[in-house]
Design a protein around this ligand. Sequence first.
Ligand code: NDP
Length: 453
Amino acid sequence: MMFDVRNPATGEHISSLPVFSASDVSAAANLAAESAKSWENTAASVRAVKLVNAASLIRSRQDALASLLTREQGKPLAESKSEIMGAAHVFEYYASVCGSIRGDAQNLPNYGYLNVVRKPVGVCAAIIPWNMPAIIFAWKAGAALACGNPVLAKPSATAPLTVQALGNALHEAGIPTDVLQIITGDGGETGRALVDEPLVRHVSFTGSTATGREVGASAGRNLKRVHLELGGNDAFVVTKSADVKRAAAAAVRHRFYNCGQVCTSAKRILVHESLEAEFVSAAKERIEQLTVGDGMLGNKMGPLNNENQLRAVSDAVSKILNKEEGTLVTGGERVEGTGYFYRPTLLCNVVPEAVSEEIFGPVMSVIPFSTDDEAIEIANSTEYGLGSSVWTDRLAVAHKYADELKAGVVWVNKHLILPPEMPFGGVGNSGFGRENGMDFVYEYTEAKSILFG
Ligand code: NDP
């Protein structure tokens, strides 16, 4: 059976790919398991060279890969290019740390000499969403491969082609085809079969909290390791001591990037009441300059990736406005015609409870506050805890927020910057486990203790 991949801006048919059935997934997992020993025994330096060569191939193909990404996902070409280059950089990062994946040794008087080695976990499943497919694939596949594991990567059915093309580059660079396999199909059938497959020993999933719960439950039943990155509802706090114009420019950049479809988008903008009018006016001016349309044609904002997303965003805005839990400043409607376009939207005076669930689209919600303690309470009042940022020129204020915001990442005078050197992941309903930094070693290897008498 095949499924179609279509351009969310134009409806154009781009390609058709096979749906992997449960038995196809099983066959792929068998091949991966058979390849595990030889990949584990490949010297770290050799694994590193293959990853770095893959990165070079990706860089050399940046234009073709970026246009493929824009056509299947919708984001503007410039954003696609930076994501592709970011993916290459992630593979370079993992190449650079391959040789540092090692255990420990210690002399324990009266016990013996302890060696702790880090062994690969085995076949890894990487479940990749449609919003940032290239970079999320690089995080998961780069980490698993660097640690000596085979990987079965399942991209979303609405954006699988760039991941496939990146997989081809990794194969051309010498990663064996059984060690890295791209599994296509939708989540309900193929994704579920992959998570349930007994030969898969580790699942790394990025997506919704609801699906994450299901993936976590299946992994728990089968006693396999699981890493869940489940989105966020990031607070972006503009304190009394912030440079309001700079903060407004950054908030617009980090809210409307990728049409607002990023787990760490600046979703809830908390602004000190004394700055609200100035902030809203500066943000409105910038938002109204965002041209909306086909990402291939130089527009600043593309469509949402699929119809479900368009409906979810549109319903969330209507609900806030109908209940008078916020005031519309600009936008607030879909763009009529072909494509899943929604106007960049600014809501002010939003009631915090109205946005306790994340809005995964181009909607900026401004919530006024009067004291830092109140801002922290509002910021921490959702069940998510992925990213957050504080905008201030006072060190003591920055420290207070950095300490008290409940999140896996706190940025100070920045937002949405995710270098591969930085451990990334959430708390609460944003999931658990970390990608990147050196924390990936704990995700993708097991400690094996050998005590010499
Ligand atoms: P899902 O969580 O359903 O999808 C994420 C990934 O999981 C996709 O590859 C999907 O495949 C796959 N998948 C779906 N169901 C299963 C399953 N039962 N077992 C294994 N894999 C599965 O997210 P949606 O695409 O439905 O988006 C809904 C919401 O999720 C968004 O509005 C947003 O709030 C959140 N989200 C968060 C992301 C993040 O970066 N944290 C990314 C994407 C969404 P397929 O797409 O082929 O069905």
